[in-house]
Write a protein that binds this ligand. Structure first.
Ligand code: ZN
Length: 132
């Protein structure tokens, strides 16, 4: 794991434990994620992060609002996947960023407890995942 990933992990952990972000944490995140942090913060502020939890398994996936006027939503696993174009282009192909703004928004909202919680059945969740 890269050093910047380890730094990011420790910042997320401390945000999760306090459910708030300090100035220092914010500047570290900004250093790591740049413009994507501002975009992610805007998405979280709009309540644009839904967490779909399957019952009874408790398995979950995030659905994150995009910023285009079409208001698309992207399925997203904060640690390793997003359905958006930027994820494939900037992260998988070019390896330039740690994650896309949707993954960042999902991580931030989860750490702050700011997700819109949606319960679905495990069958519904499986159907959603099958479409990815
Ligand atoms: Zn994305």
């Amino acid at each position: 794991m890269s050093a910047s990933k380890l730094v990011a992990e420790s910042v997320w952990k401390s945000i999760e434990s306090t459910r708030s972000v300090t100035e220092d944490q914010l500047s570290i995140l900004h250093f790591l994620f740049g413009k994507n942090l501002e975009r992610a913060t805007r998405i979280v502020d709009q309540r644009g992060v839904k967490k779909l939890s399957g019952e009874p398994s408790g398995r979950s996936i995030f659905q994150v609002l995009g910023e285009s006027r079409r208001k698309e939503e992207y399925f997203c696993f904060p640690e390793h996947y997003c359905a958006c174009y930027s994820f494939f282009y900037d992260i998988v192909n070019k390896g330039e960023q740690l994650c896309c703004k949707h993954q960042l928004a999902a991580r931030l909202a989860a750490a702050l407890g700011a997700c819109v919680e949606v319960k679905v059945s495990d069958e519904q969740l499986a159907q959603l995942l099958a479409k990815l």
